[in-house]
Design a protein around this ligand. Structure first.
Ligand SMILES: [Zn+2]
Length: 509
């Protein structure tokens, strides 16, 4: 029997390219070149070398020494200070994986804690733009955009109602249902007044305006251009998955993490066509239809606050349920260690996991041998594209090694055609669940309970990659009286809070 070692790949999706606003307010380079930056580490080596240019926030983020300016302020003072500074981001992130189980959480009692309100200093952080470019459709040849009022295109031209946009050989052809027509060069912006109106595209009602940007020969991308604060209103409810005002502090923590992620993206993608995708590739965006009162309040109450380390926005990874302790980014993804993304216990003072009430705190999956063999054969190329494809029917599965926190780094699978070895967080994309659609495995923290000629049974803990904030733990802490800053500091050790300030205030960049 020969060993076919499957290396595991840590994927980062980078998108390069660019968009310009045609009506004078935007000028960024052009070209749109999707690219992926794959990181590969051997299944037996959990300390892989840092991959070059690995800047994806889902599979990436920042850091070092603390900025030293700034006065020490209480939590409320941080917000007060922000108010005076107002100016105007596959797979690995597990965005959208939070579960709404507020009522269940109450079934696991945690001691109410009175946390000391002593926090890091607040400073301002200058960002290239307080507007985000959100890609709704990466490549298309035509789109229908609907507006509530007039939108301007260039100087002196306005359109309303249902607007058809088609790509010609060189230009865009725009026409509304009242017969107004125009031909525009790419890129082109359909601007609502001050980018504060609503506009509908890709079956999403978005705040802000729409940029039509070139995306290759004969196609264009549809990009929503909105203030970060407005964008977050369509993101936070889908990411934290709770509307319960009792845990508003957890929702605030989520808002700050999502905002930090977004600004990190904006800073990394200055020369590209968009900053974030509207899908799990970045943060799931649901438009105005997804907005909730509690999320809007959480966003408003934490306006402009982000987390920084060494004077840069941090890599604010988060996930649904850690299972009792969070993971170290190096051991899970082989990425360079970050001081604020270390393994940490997620336990209350009685030793009870803050996320113990999550339905994914413990989980179990069972497959027939043929079903799991088929799932692994089907997904091995996409999960481990640079490795020998998985073939055959499973005869045995064993866990050979794990990280210090129990996440699988070497899982051996023997089939009638070979012996395979794989591990790391990517294992979740290979061993997919048996349920409809075969979603990825809940976590890489699991053991093999049974593997015989008929079936395979695996049980595990947690949901998501385990890095950064545990969303269900954050909700548990909020129930126990923690405020959002204490929650964030529990998961991102040693970070500072800062208030973003734009170098420009007119929505341009
Ligand atoms: Zn947890």
């Amino acid at each position: 029997m020969h060993l076919k070692k499957i290396s595991f790949i840590l994927c980062a999706f980078g998108v390069t390219g660019c968009a310009l606003l045609s009506n004078g307010e935007a000028v960024r380079p052009s070209s749109l070149v999707p690219s992926s930056d794959l990181r590969r580490i051997d299944a037996s080596a959990t300390q892989a070398a840092e991959s070059r240019n690995h800047q994806d926030c889902r599979s990436s983020k920042v850091s070092d020494t603390k900025s030293d300016q700034a006065d020490s302020l209480s939590g409320n003072a941080i917000i007060d200070k922000c108010d005076t500074l107002i100016a105007d981001t596959t797979q690995n992130m597990d965005f959208g994986s939070a579960i709404s189980i507020d009522s269940d959480l109450r079934s696991v009692p945690h001691p109410i804690e009175d946390r000391p309100k002593i926090y890091p200093s607040a400073k301002s952080f200058t960002v290239p733009s307080v507007f985000v470019r959100l890609c709704l459709i990466p490549k298309t040849t035509q789109v229908t955009i609907r507006t509530n009022g007039d939108v301007s295109v260039g100087r002196g031209r306005s359109f309303s109602g249902s607007i058809s946009v088609r790509r010609g050989s060189q230009n865009l052809h725009i026409e509304d249902d009242e017969g107004n027509e125009a031909t525009c060069a790419l890129p082109c912006t359909l601007a609502t007044p001050n980018h504060t109106g609503t506009i509908r595209a890709a079956e999403l009602t978005c705040r802000g305006s729409i940029i039509i940007a070139a995306s290759g020969t004969g196609t264009f991308s549809v990009v929503n251009y909105a203030s970060v604060e407005d964008y977050l209103r369509g993101v936070v409810p889908l990411e934290i998955g709770t509307k319960n005002a009792d845990v508003i502090e957890a929702i605030k923590a989520q808002a700050v993490a999502a905002r930090t992620y977004t600004y990190k993206r904006i800073s990394e993608r200055k020369n590209e066509s968009w900053d974030v995708m509207s899908t799990v590739a970045d943060q799931v965006f649901g438009g105005t239809e997804a907005e909730t009162e509690s999320a809007n309040k959480a966003i408003s109450d934490t306006r402009d606050i982000i987390m920084t380390y060494a004077g840069e926005p941090i890599c604010a990874y988060y996930h649904s349920t850690c299972g009792g302790h969070t993971a170290d980014i190096t051991s899970v993804w082989g990425k360079r260690g970050m001081p604020y993304l270390k393994q940490a216990d997620d336990l209350d003072r009685n030793g009870t996991p803050w996320c113990a009430a999550s339905p994914m705190y413990n989980w179990r999956c069972a497959w027939s041998i043929e079903n799991l063999s088929q799932i692994m054969r089907r997904n091995s190329r996409s999960s481990f594209p640079n490795s020998t494809p998985f073939t055959g029917t499973i005869k045995n599965i064993s866990i050979e090694s794990t990280t210090s926190d129990g996440r699988v780094t070497d899982c051996r699978v023997e089939t009638d055609e070979g012996l395979y070895s794989f591990g790391g967080d990517k294992i979740r994309f290979l061993i997919r669940r048996p349920t409809a659609g075969n979603p990825i495995l809940q976590s890489s923290w699991f053991v093999v309970d049974r593997c015989d000629r008929d079936s395979v049974v695996i049980s595990g803990k947690g949901y998501g990659h385990g890095i950064g904030m545990c969303q269900m733990g954050a909700i548990g802490r909020a129930h126990a009286g923690w405020d959002f800053r204490s929650i964030l500091l529990a998961y991102y050790s040693g970070v500072d809070f800062a208030c973003v300030r734009s170098g420009k205030s007119d929505g341009s960049f």
